[in-house]
Design a protein around this ligand. Structure first.
Ligand code: BTN
Length: 225
């Protein structure tokens, strides 16, 4: 596996696209990003001290219907990394990772499709380790706040080794702690309470609402825990 280490880049997700035509898996890490990108077109604050990396992975035969596998794999890798350093992380469906009620890590996944197959994916992970997240108004937490002194490079290396190992859906579910609990579903302008019941292997959340059982897709709604 080729791994590239950069001091500074605009966005590892953007940078890694130069390898799309090479057909080989690669990981790019940066100490800081000047134009870090988050989900929904947001920017992602990427000051020195965090782990910022993107993994480009090619798939010989991955149907689009099984693309949720890419999300579960990265979320498990982040949770196992946090656990290795003594933090109790959990997955906020579909793939954010929280600890102590605050966001420890975010992931931006960009899939490149070929027909009904995923040709390759860029999985970009921003993991708060020693970076100052206080400007984010208490919604984020860093690993060092949770467990004390920890070296950013050690966390990066642990994360890479977890990304390179196999896992399964059961492991993903083991880090999901909100099933059976009340959640708030936000759908456009409306929000309503529901009880989270299950997550299907294709990534949908099954929840009981006042209007009956609903199957929710992360592309259409967001959920507050
Ligand atoms: C989010 O929570 O909105 C997703 C944040 C994803 C950030 C990571 S940092 C490494 C990679 N490069 C980027 O520009 N974004 C992702």
């Amino acid at each position: 596996m080729r791994i590239e280490y950069l001091d500074e880049v605009d966005s590892t997700n953007t940078y890694i696209r130069r390898y799309l035509e090479e057909g080989e898996d690669v990981i790019v890490c940066a100490r800081r990003q000047t134009g870090g990108r988050g989900t929904k077109g947001r920017s992602f604050c990427s000051k020195e001290g965090g782990v910022y990396l993107s993994a480009l992975t090619f798939y010989p035969d991955l149907p689009v219907s099984r693309a949720f596998r890419i999300m579960t794999h990265s979320a498990v890798a982040v949770c196992c990394t946090a656990k290795a350093f003594g933090a109790d992380a959990q997955i906020k469906w579909p793939n954010d990772v929280f600890a102590a009620g605050r966001k420890l890590s975010g992931t931006l996944i960009e899939n490149i499709l070929s027909g009904d197959k995923v040709r390759c994916s860029v999985v970009g992970i921003g993991f708060n380790v020693n970076n100052d997240v206080s400007a984010l108004g208490g919604i984020a937490v860093s690993l060092s706040e949770l467990v004390g002194t920890v070296k950013t490079d050690d966390v990066r290396d642990e994360l890479i080794s977890n990304l390179l190992r196999e896992d399964d859906f059961a492991e993903y579910l083991s880090f999901v702690r909100f099933l059976g609990k009340e959640i708030t579903v936000v759908e456009g302008e409306k929000s309503f309470p529901a009880i989270a019941r299950a997550i299907s292997e294709d990534g949908r959340l099954i929840a009981d609402t006042a209007a009956g059982r609903r199957t929710l897709s992360a592309a259409e709604i967001s959920v507050r825990f």
